[in-house]
Design a protein around this ligand. Structure first.
Ligand code: GN1
Ligand code: MG
Length: 350
């Protein structure tokens, strides 16, 4: 049975009974997100979790539950989970119909892209803060909500399966992207992270998952904790950089608009260096690799989904995943051209 949407689930959460208005938030490729509004503005976030993508929602919610107490700091805005009326962390109507509610961060704003070095600096600071707070959390408390999420070898296998079962039309349409994916996999997939430490990462640190204060533009916190689990720091570094230094977002079809803005990169690294005591030398060495790896990983995942007939990401038109793939691969090339530059900046700043 289906809950029939956000209004129907409200009575199951421990919130004041009021006449809330519900506004859908269309961002995100996975969950369905709604803002709950009262007269003086939004007050809660309500989300229907995508049970196909997250096959173990208990694990996902446990990870968030474990992470939150560590994110309690005067320089970090702590979001809370609103439990259900029977004290559960989320509402499970059935296996494929699960909902959770979170507090809204007042006076906050998110950006898909930025031209403002102040924002890039703040983004670096808050990502550093997030990691320095979570380094106190025992790693073993966290389980993989999506096993192999950033494992390029797994993504390569899924891509190979998709190419072997895709229609001839799709293979033709995606020919160029497939070629680039194969070539780049040769270069990246046997990369060995060596003895890099595993950390509790956010694993989706794109710019619009950071909230800023509306007025003074201070970074407040990270949102979308669905993929908080073990990972390497260069994942979070790469995802942040790919969305900060690029003046257009990953849905942009005009690839000539894609940028690698050096001022924004340097500001981001400056911000991060303010909260980076936890980073080891080896991790610092790997940061720039993350900037090539992450857009490529997202690109190959989008390509795989296009070939599979759009079964993972929410799309609004048939070739959206392929367009995202072209965009993400174009940025991967930009990142590759800037490897020496990034390495120089990183060595200077850390
Ligand atoms: C998905 O739904 P959203 O935007 O939070 C994806 C991320 C990608 C992102 C954009 C669980 O996240 O890995 O960075 O799209 N999340 C999952 O490419 O697959
Ligand atoms: Mg996400």
């Amino acid at each position: 049975m289906d809950s029939n949407g956000p209004i129907a689930v409200l009575p199951y959460f421990s919130i004041e009974r009021k006449d809330y208005k519900i506004r859908p938030i269309s961002q995100g490729y996975i969950n369905d997100t709604y803002a709950l509004m009262q007269d003086d503005g939004p007050c809660y976030i309500l989300q229907r979790l995508n049970a196909q993508v997250f096959s173990n929602i208990d694990v996902l919610m446990q990870n968030i539950h474990h992470a939150l107490p560590y994110l309690n700091d005067e320089n970090y805005y702590l979001i809370s989970l609103i439990s259900t009326i029977d004290g559960k962390p989320y509402l499970k109507i059935n296996k494929s119909d699960c909902w959770r509610m979170l507090t809204m961060v007042p006076d906050s704003i998110a950006f898909n892209t930025t031209q403002d070095e102040g924002i890039a600096l703040e983004a670096g600071k808050i990502i550093g803060k997030f990691h320095s707070l979570l380094q106190e959390a025992p790693l073993d408390m966290f389980k993989d909500s999506i096993p192999g999420f950033h494992d390029l070898n797994l993504r390569a296998r899924q891509f190979a399966e998709a190419t072997s079962s895709a229609t001839a039309d799709k293979l033709k349409e995606a020919e160029k992207a497939i070629l680039f994916a194969k070539l780049t996999l040769e270069e990246l997939r046997f990369y060995d992270p060596g003895n890099l430490p595993l950390r509790i990462c956010h694993n989706d640190t794109k710019l619009n998952n950071i909230l800023f204060h509306k007025q003074d533009k201070r970074a407040l916190c990270l949102i979308d904790l669905d993929t908080v689990m073990k990972g390497y720091f260069h994942y979070d570094f790469g995802d942040a950089v790919r969305t900060i230094v690029n003046n257009v977002n990953e849905d942009e079809k005009n690839l000539s608009k894609i940028t690698f803005n050096k001022g924004l990169f340097e500001a981001f690294v400056d911000g991060l260096s303010e909260n980076s005591d936890f980073l080891t030398k080896a991790e610092i060495q790997h940061l720039s690799f993350g900037v090539k790896l992450m857009p490529f990983m997202h690109g190959i995942r989008a390509l795989t989904d296009y070939l599979n007939g759009n079964i993972y990401y929410k799309v609004t038109y048939e070739t959206q995943n392929l367009d995202r793939c072209h965009n993400l691969f174009a940025f991967t090339k930009k990142a590759a051209e800037h490897m020496d530059y990034m390495q120089e900046v990183i060595i200077k700043k850390f």
